[in-house]
Design a protein around this ligand. Structure first.
Ligand SMILES: *Cc1c(COP(=O)(O)O)cnc(C)c1O
Length: 387
């Protein structure tokens, strides 16, 4: 049975897959089971930070595999504690809760915010404000946080206590905050799944001043924007703000599943033993992979990310069939005249993997992609967008 036939028979019907069976890969290069070569501009949705089979990452993961791969959170493990220390030192956050995915990292953030508000403001203050068009995950509670009705309709009733307001509209946000007893405002500073929409500075300042005024926590969902993707270690660093809680996942493990909820000063001691937990959370092998990734996201690498992002924008802006390019660093959305899904399909058949987000073609290439690989990808994208 071919992989495709077997998958279609036995995997639940939640994914609309592209017709590519992966055999192996290295960096931004992928080889299919038909031995055709591809350039990957998606990184497994911003997960493979240094592409596939990165040598240093493999070494770090392998070293840990030979020591121990799991022990449970009843005991101490060096990679877990060391990764938490690195995350705190690099961000100024104070403590970390590890889980296995972005949705779980957000679940923890929501729990922390509710507990903080209950303790400090009263038990009615449970509302969390999120933005229309946001994406915060697939569990029922993070789905409730997600401001997209399309995702909600089959799974009612949702978790109570979430209200959505339009991005970049301070007036609406003020109204929502005044009408509800709020624990937190939770945002992606650059909406990923919602179409690579960068929040404007004025709106971000509006959020920050409301949070300060009313002791509302700011939760930055950096599941997609984190770990160097936007040219800073975390995207909040582009906006001159400091979140109270930061969540990340996708690119952190460099290809292994790990989620992290970083707790700032206000909430660092909000949990006590038994209040949250995860069997696999902080898995030593995933943490060893993440340490390898984080230790290489230095200023030089981040400058490269910014340069490559500018290079892509310069190449695409003004090209036939391209209306504009949004985003920061290597998280970019291309607004096209033609249908984005159709373009993605055609790019694949010409050897280039791209993603879509709403009506845009979305690029999330490995941060270490080579310029020659970018050039090939951009050539194909322009051919397919051209009218
Ligand atoms: C992908 C994503 C999530 C969900 O992450 P999972 O690992 O799929 O649970 C949450 N928030 C944002 C911003 C994301 O991009």
């Amino acid at each position: 049975m071919s992989i495709t036939v077997k998958d279609n028979e036995y995997i639940a019907n939640t994914y609309a897959r592209f017709p590519l069976e992966v055999k192996c890969g290295k960096g931004a290069k992928i080889i299919g089971t038909d031995d055709k070569k591809y350039i990957d501009l998606g990184s497994g949705i911003a997960v493979n930070t240094f592409g596939m089979c990165d040598d240093k990452w493999i070494e770090a993961v392998e070293n840990q595999l030979h020591k121990f791969s799991h022990i449970s959170n009843y005991y101490y493990s060096d990679p877990t504690a060391t990764l938490a220390e690195m995350l705190c030192k690099k961000t100024g956050m104070k403590k970390v809760f590890f889980s296995n995915s972005g949705a779980e990292a957000n679940e923890c953030a929501i729990k922390a915010a509710r507990k903080y508000a209950e303790t400090n403001k009263g038990k009615d203050y449970f509302t969390i404000v999120t933005l229309e068009n946001s994406f915060h995950g697939r569990t029922l509670t993070t789905l409730s946080a997600t401001g997209q009705n399309d995702f909600h309709k089959d799974f009612l009733p949702l978790t109570d206590g979430f209200v959505h307001t339009p991005a970049n509209c301070c007036e609406s946000l003020i109204q929502v905050v005044n009408k509800n007893k709020c624990a937190a405002i939770m945002v992606e500073l650059i909406q990923g799944e919602g179409g690579v929409n960068v929040l404007n500075k004025e709106f971000v300042d509006c959020i920050v001043s409301l949070c300060r005024e009313k002791d509302i926590l700011l939760i930055a969902d950096e599941v997609q924007t984190g770990n160097g993707r936007t040219g800073k270690l975390y995207s909040y660093m582009n906006f001159g703000v400091t979140p109270d809680i930061l969540t990340t996942a996708k690119g952190l493990g460099g290809g292994l599943p790990i989620g992290a909820t970083l707790l700032g000063k206000k909430v660092k001691d909000i949990f006590s033993p038994g209040m949250n937990g995860s069997t696999f959370g902080g898995n030593p092998v995933c943490c060893a992979g993440a340490i390898s990734i984080l230790s290489r996201l230095d200023d030089k690498l981040l400058d490269e990310v910014i340069k490559k992002g500018e290079y892509i924008k310069n190449s695409l802006e003004g090209a036939s069939g391209i209306k504009g390019v949004s985003g920061m660093g290597l998280m970019l959305g291309i607004e096209t005249v033609k249908d984005a899904k159709e373009i993605a399909k055609n790019c694949l058949s010409k050897g280039v993997l791209v993603l879509t987000a709403k009506n845009k073609v979305r690029l999330l290439p490995p941060l270490n992609i080579e310029y020659s690989q970018l050039d090939f990808g951009l050539k194909i994208i322009k051919e397919e967008c051209s009218l």
